[in-house]
Design a protein around this ligand. Structure first.
Ligand code: HEM
Length: 219
C-alpha cells in the first residue's frame, strides 16, 4: 500500500470552527494498482501513421509528438514533411492555383501570344476554367507528394493544340512566381514547385517546336 499525503479543507469543520485551514490526510493505493498503472502508461503508443496527412485536418503527428523521436517504430513518422504538407495541403495549393490561373487570362503576353491561346483565354476559358483550376490543383498536389492521383491528360497532350512557345512558358512561370509571392510561399517551397513546373517545359512546349509530332494522336 502506498500512502500519498494530500490536503483537504472540510467545509463542515470550517463552518463550525471558523477555521479554513487545509488539513492533511492520507489516501491509500494498493501497490499492484500503481504497478499496473505504470505498466499501462509505459505501454501507451500512438497507432500507426495517419493515412490522411492534410494539415487542415490534423497537424502532422511528427510535430505533435517529438517525445517519440527515439522510438524506432516511429522513425518513419519523423521523416521530413512532404512538399504537399509544407505548402499547407490541398486548400493552400488550390488558393495559389486559383490566383495563378486568373492571372494568366489577364496577361496580354499570354493571351495574345498566338491565335490558339487567344481563343482559349478570351472564349474557351468561360466554360473550362473551373475544371482547369481543379486539374492544375490536382497535378501540383500529386507532384508535391499529397494523397491524390492526377488522372488528367499528360502534359504534352493537354497543351498540344495551344502551341505554347518557350517564351510563353517563361511568362507563365513568372505568373506562378507572382501567385506564390501573393501567398508568401517560402523560398524553399517556391523553388521546389518551380522545379516541378519547369521539368515539363519540353512537353508543354513540344507543339511549338518545328517538326515535333505527337505520336499519341496517331494511335
Ligand atoms: C508544367 C507546366 C504546366 C502544368 C503542370 C499544367 C497543367 C495543366 C493541366 C493539369 C491541364 C488540364 C489537362 C486536362 O485536360 O486533363 C492543363 C491544361 C491547360 N493548360 Fe496547362 N499546365 C502547364 C503549363 C501551361 C502553360 C505554359 C500554359 C500557357 C498558357 C498552359 C495553359 C493551359 C490551358 C489553356 C489548358 C486548357 C486546355 C483545355 O481547355 O483543354 N499550361 N494544364
Amino acid at each position: 500500500m502506498t500512502d500519498i499525503a494530500a490536503g483537504s479543507r472540510t467545509e463542515d469543520a470550517a463552518a463550525v470552527t471558523g477555521d479554513a485551514m487545509i488539513r492533511p490526510f492520507r489516501v491509500g493505493f494498493p501497490e499492484a494498482e500503481l504497478t499496473e498503472l505504470r505498466r499501462r502508461i509505459n505501454a501507451t503508443r500512438w497507432p500507426e501513421r495517419e493515412t490522411v496527412t492534410d494539415s487542415w485536418r490534423d497537424r502532422p503527428r511528427a510535430i505533435l509528438m517529438p517525445s517519440q523521436e527515439t522510438d524506432p517504430q516511429e522513425g518513419a513518422i519523423m521523416a521530413e514533411p512532404t512538399l504537399y504538407e509544407r505548402l499547407g495541403g490541398i486548400f493552400a495549393i488550390a488558393a495559389v492555383i486559383d490566383n495563378f490561373s486568373d492571372r494568366l487570362v489577364k496577361n496580354p503576353k499570354i493571351v495574345n501570344a498566338n491565335p490558339e491561346l487567344r481563343e482559349w483565354h478570351t472564349v474557351t476559358y468561360h466554360t473550362r476554367m473551373p475544371g482547369l483550376k481543379w486539374g492544375r490543383t490536382l497535378w501540383v498536389a500529386m507532384k508535391a507528394g499529397g494523397p491524390f492521383q492526377y488522372t488528367g491528360l499528360e502534359m504534352r497532350d493537354a497543351h498540344w493544340d495551344l502551341k505554347i512557345s518557350p517564351e510563353v512558358f517563361d511568362e507563365v512561370t513568372q505568373e506562378l512566381i507572382n501567385a506564390m509571392d501573393d501567398f508568401k510561399v517560402p523560398e524553399r517551397e517556391k523553388a521546389e514547385v518551380l522545379a516541378a513546373f519547369g521539368a515539363e517545359k519540353g512537353e508543354v512546349t513540344a507543339s511549338s517546336q518545328p517538326g515535333e509530332v505527337n505520336w499519341r494522336r496517331w494511335r
